[in-house]
Design a protein around this ligand. Structure first.
Ligand SMILES: [Ca+2]
Length: 254
């Protein structure tokens, strides 16, 4: 049905008003698509990695890291958000399992897909250090909620409670920063190349990982993973082009 001139003008006026509003809130859907709700992580130091006698060799040595303040998505990017990105950019949508619903974290995305999504959304992938600081939520314990893995079911969808599937984002308890599903639900791609010995030479301030490598880092465990591999310090890695049904991501602010 044709739209009258007055109708088009009303639409245009509404759009102008919306944009004026969005310039205050930075939430304009047609300027910053699908950035979602982000949490500001304050600047400062934290201890990255595991103490001696704990964890895997690549989590050592535990070392001090200083990060400038940054923003991180409160939730993992959902399948619905990713579908909008794919529709807007023509990027192929990978077939997904029937159990992966629209409000679940997107799965089967490669590092390349994740980086492209964040770029489209005006964001970027977090660094590995940013991810770990955020996951710790100020803690120095094995998990953000303490050392007792018996409590993990309050905070994470993992192998013993997930029924073999992803779950809606934000349905477990958040950590102290107000972030959901940092552990469990899906592994999360971060920007760094994986370096097994990187912690031996990592700079103090804003480390960004090795300058090159053969694999990208994933963090946090997932719906099919045991608590040991959901620890804040645990590291995992994969070739950048390989998606998988355990893998998703969230974005950090520019
Ligand atoms: Ca996660």
């Amino acid at each position: 049905m044709p739209v009258s001139l007055s109708g088009r003008l009303r639409y245009r006026s509404a759009l102008v008003a919306l944009c004026a509003f969005c310039s205050f809130t930075q939430g304009c859907i047609h300027v910053r698509p699908q950035t979602g709700d982000m949490v500001r992580i304050p600047s400062g130091e934290f201890q990255m990695g595991s103490p001696e006698g704990e964890g895997e060799p690549d989590e050592h040595p535990r070392h001090k890291v200083f990060l400038d303040a940054y923003f991180l998505d409160r939730n993992a990017v959902t399948a619905a958000q990713y579908k909008k990105f794919a529709a807007a950019t023509g990027r192929p949508l990978h077939p997904r399992p029937a159990w992966n619903k629209d409000d679940h974290p997107v799965v089967d995305v490669s590092w390349d897909d994740a980086a492209a999504y964040c770029e489209w959304a005006g964001q970027r992938l977090p660094t590995e250090a940013e991810w770990e600081k955020a996951a710790r939520g100020g803690s120095q314990t094995i998990f953000s909620f303490g050392d007792d893995e018996g409590r993990i079911g309050d905070y994470a969808w993992y192998i013993d409670n997930s029924s073999g599937a992803t779950h809606s984002v934000g349905t477990k308890k958040p950590n102290a920063y107000g972030l959901y599903d940092m552990i469990g639900n899906v592994y999360e791609w971060v920007s760094d190349w994986y370096g097994e010995d990187y912690y031996l030479s990592s700079p103090l301030r804003n480390p960004r990982g090795p300058s090159s490598g053969g694999a990208r880092v994933l963090r946090g465990g997932a719906w099919g993973i045991t608590p040991y591999y959901c620890r804040s310090a645990n590291r995992y890695f994969s070739a950048a082009r390989v998606g998988y049904d355990l893998r998703g991501f969230r974005c950090a602010g520019r």
